[in-house]
Design a protein around this ligand. Structure first.
Ligand code: FE2
Length: 166
């Protein structure tokens, strides 16, 4: 789908599908091995996969990203990732949660959420802390589609469609 097709549309006021569900919480760390060990030992999380190569989009959003490991428990999953230049201890209580990911039931719903973001932004009814528009929708090697968009405070939200729900 071209950028033009994504951007030009009539406003759709309905909420796409039944509403998104939380897919994972992303936590950035200065010491990945330490974090993985702690989540394993404290909450009983187990490692599912790791990545050391990242897309251009990921490296643009998260300069200095080195490695990402997913750990899961029965009720949730975390994406723990290490970046160059992060302080070992948060300064001024700075956040270590980097984004919130919501999963959709279909690729079409994913597109509708992105259009909805653009509609609300264009309405002028909200004050956005940052001017960034949503990223384009990327598809990875496993066919997982996602885009990123900021909330009004600047918190990054990821929307993802995972074929088969995995
Ligand atoms: Fe993510």
């Amino acid at each position: 789908m071209s950028q033009l097709e994504v951007e030009s549309h009539r406003p759709d006021r309905s909420v796409p599908g039944a509403g998104p569900t939380v897919h994972h919480i992303a936590v950035q760390t200065a010491d990945l091995a330490n974090s993985v060990a702690w989540y394993r030992d404290f909450l009983g999380c187990r490692e599912t996969w790791s990545l050391e190569r990242f897309s251009d989009e990921t490296r643009r959003r998260l300069p200095g990203i080195r490695r990402l490991t997913e750990v899961v428990s029965d009720g949730f999953r975390l994406h723990l990732f290490e970046r160059d230049g992060l302080a070992a201890a948060p300064i001024d209580g700075g956040p270590s949660v980097q984004h919130l990911c919501l999963s959709t039931a279909s690729a079409e719903e994913l597109r509708r959420w992105r259009r909805r973001w653009l509609d609300l932004f264009a309405s002028g009814r909200y004050r956005f802390a940052l001017p960034d528009r949503p990223t384009r929708i990327d598809t990875d090697d496993r066919g997982v589609q996602s885009f990123y968009a900021l909330d009004v405070n600047g918190l990054e939200l990821e929307f993802t469609y995972v074929p088969g729900g995995g």
